[in-house]
Design a protein around this ligand. Sequence first.
Ligand code: NDP
Length: 349
Amino acid sequence: MKAIVFERNGGCEVLRYTETPTPKAGPNDVVIQVKASACNFNDIWARRGLPGMKIILPHISGSDASGVVVETGSEVRNVRVGDEVVVHCGISCRECDYCTRGEEFFCPQFKIWGFQTGPLDGAHGDYCRVPAVNVLPKPRNLSHVEAATMPLVLVTVWRMLVTRARIQAGDFVLIWGAAGGLGVMAIQVAKLYNARPIAVASSDDKLELCSQLGAEFVLHRKKHDVFQEVRKITNGRRADIVFEHTGSDTWPLSMQCLKWGGTIVTCGATSGFDAHMDIRLLWNKQQNYLGSHLGNKGELMDAMRFVERGLIKPVVGKVLPLREIAHAQELMETNTIAGKIAMIPPAAA
Ligand code: NDP
């Protein structure tokens, strides 16, 4: 099969569009013919290499796929050949005390498929292999392209806003990177809960998209004073929730924009891990700083019910042939894409 493989960390030049063996299903696995995969920022972290995290080489990235099951392992009962499926990318033992409590991300064996798995593995090929327990039926109202762009960002946002930050009707939610992969879902989940999204992005086109998705307020981070605008919008009260993933560049401002007793929830640090923090705010203002990482399969299933009803929609910014993945990653690294990028492998073209 054709796939995107890298054998060393580095820039986009390490990505090779090449022939690799088609995966075979183990007893508890399924093999999927990939109709579309999606680019996530973890593809870029894996390619660059991350301090403290082992990226297994050679590596096929890709944590989101939509496709058709073509092989099932001898022990698989929940899926059949021919089923149209999407993938939940949290891999864990499913037996330990954490897994059985729905806290699979604390499992000692937890890995994000297509990021921490390998050698090879991952969605960016003609075929991929995943544990059968990790597949879910593709929502019938979505194309494969739309479906591929949904699971990772949706489950992450659901856990951040619904499970961790406990979003409520009327909450002002300040959303950084609001036209990005997470952001477009965060706006829609906030609207679903009758909250009041304040979307931040870096171009007028992106802000137009945010408005179309339901953002009540939009701020251009290069033209507006975000702090002063948030004060104006909230009548001095500031945001109830700040949706963070942008890291060191925005963290101090996120703390400033947060109301007394409010909640910052974060899952990432695109601009850097080291952020300045005035810890007086923590006690004086009794603010809550919450970390969040992916989500469990149950949370994805909860969120997908709203996708099936058309209340949350995938936002596909670009569709490219798989061989052009370097271009896709450059678009993400330069913040020039709104929504998600879907890749079409040659066997599905
Ligand atoms: P995208 O590239 O799709 O969107 C990120 C957005 O962040 C960009 O569109 C850009 O928007 C904004 N941004 C980038 N740099 C800055 C900056 N210095 N200041 C302000 N805004 C900035 O990525 P995703 O939304 O998919 O992911 C975002 C981050 O979250 C990544 O670091 C990713 O690894 C992490 N993540 C973590 C997960 C987890 O489970 N822990 C799961 C998913 C993602 P604009 O320029 O328009 O402002």
